[in-house]
Design a binder for this molecule. Structure first.
Ligand SMILES: [Fe+2]
Ligand SMILES: [Fe+2]
Length: 315
């Protein structure tokens, strides 16, 4: 299938399967009510924090409180990333000449992301948790990031993957172990996972297509910038900010172990990027120097053989 055909197919899929934050979620249904004392907010074993002995030893009420806060904060970080993405997509589309296939798909994607930001913000509002989302640094530089979409679109779409891959990975893991999950959160995640599959598909397709048009110099620069940006954005998404840490009361030693000192944490981190490593190989971004950078940033390892290969097989 040609690049244009793939984009057309993705666009058609967006027309026929999409969600509206307020039509497709029955926010006022009694089953969807958020009760801050509900045991279903306790983090599952599939969650990095949820399986840590520190968390497991907390009193029940505290597990519930931390669990709800963590959910709300992840939603907030997620929606902040989506806001950056929407602005970036618009500034990218602004610069496109007539007749470009990317215009239509990028606009579909931005439409979907707008619904996601509404859906996540509604969850945050109803949770009653006053979360801030990303770190102070991330929130300070966020308005500048969309400029990259206009100036270095290939770099920008790598950044998009850095945000979408870890979130998608996490949400799928949580949905798989979905027993006893709050139905509102389950609905939100199902909607998100369904639409993200297309967004990730687009980013991959775009990067493969545009990698061949890079000059040698650009490719060399990008090959070392990618693992650095990947790791930075991954930390922004997955590691609770200083404020979130304080609000949840996570001790420093626990933070260290979780992000990413323990051997299990290091494996988790590497596993998150198996698909991305495959793409870096495919687009000629793996060379002697960049491999070292991937290793120094702790995200090296074998590339996945195909997209979404189970992590145990790719480790
Ligand atoms: Fe999204
Ligand atoms: Fe997305």
């Amino acid at each position: 299938m040609s690049y244009e055909e793939t984009l057309h197919r993705l666009s058609e899929a967006s027309v026929h399967q999409h969600f509206d934050a307020f039509l497709d979620i029955d926010w006022d249904h009694p089953d969807f009510a958020i009760d801050p004392t509900d045991e279903r907010w306790i983090l599952p074993e599939a969650d990095v924090l949820g399986c840590h002995p520190w968390y497991r030893s907390l009193p029940r009420e505290e597990q519930i409180r931390v669990g709800l806060y963590r959910r709300a904060n992840i939603c907030k970080v997620g929606l902040q990333f989506e806001q950056v993405l929407i602005s970036g997509l618009m500034s990218y589309a602004f610069g496109l000449p007539n007749g470009q296939a990317e215009f239509r798909y990028c606009t579909h994607e931005a439409t979907e992301e707008c619904h996601h930001t509404q859906m996540f913000q509604e969850f945050v509002n109803r949770s009653g948790q006053d979360v801030r989302g990303g770190s102070t640094f991330f929130r300070a530089v966020a308005p500048l990031l969309p400029l990259a979409a206009r100036i270095v679109p290939v770099g920008f779409f790598w950044g998009v993957l850095a945000g979408e891959e870890p979130i998608d990975h996490m949400q799928k893991a949580v949905l798989r172990g979905g027993e006893g999950m709050h139905p509102l959160l389950q609905r939100i995640m199902q909607i998100h996972v369904a639409e993200e599959a297309r967004h990730i598909g687009f980013a991959h397709t775009y990067l493969v297509e545009h990698a061949s048009r890079l000059s040698r110099r650009e490719r060399a620069l990008l090959s070392v910038a990618v693992p650095v940006v990947m790791r930075w954005l991954c930390d922004e998404i997955l590691v609770p900010s200083k404020r979130a840490r304080r609000d949840m009361g996570i001790p420093d030693e626990v933070m260290k172990e979780l992000y990413w000192d323990s051997p299990e944490a290091q494996k988790t981190l590497r596993d998150l990027f198996a698909d991305v490593r495959m793409l870096a190989e495919e687009t000629g971004l793996m060379n002697r120097v960049s491999r070292r950078v991937w290793r120094l940033r702790g995200i090296d390892g074998r590339a996945a053989r195909y997209r979404s290969e189970p992590s145990s097989a790719a480790a």
